[in-house]
Design a protein around this ligand. Sequence first.
Ligand SMILES: [Zn+2]
Length: 92
Amino acid sequence: MTALWLLIAFFSIFASASIGSTKGRTLEGLVAGLMLGPFGIVYAGFLPNGNEKCAHCHGWCFRQATVCQNCGREYPSAQSPFPDVDPMKVSR
Ligand SMILES: [Zn+2]
């Protein structure tokens, strides 16, 4: 019976972390699964999509942004959908 609960706990952590990773919030999903168990999966499902925390000011930024909208510093984990085109450097 203990093995079943352990299985549920590990599944919850894995599932909520993978749901969080699709939204750029792997750590939040992981913590939710760790703290809330199966309810963490539900929590991860309700996480808003497309935002990440800035490494400098810890404010929320758009995931596609290259510069933080809060502190104006370069956003290191920016994942542009068009990696060849930097919108900040196009001068034409
Ligand atoms: Zn910032």
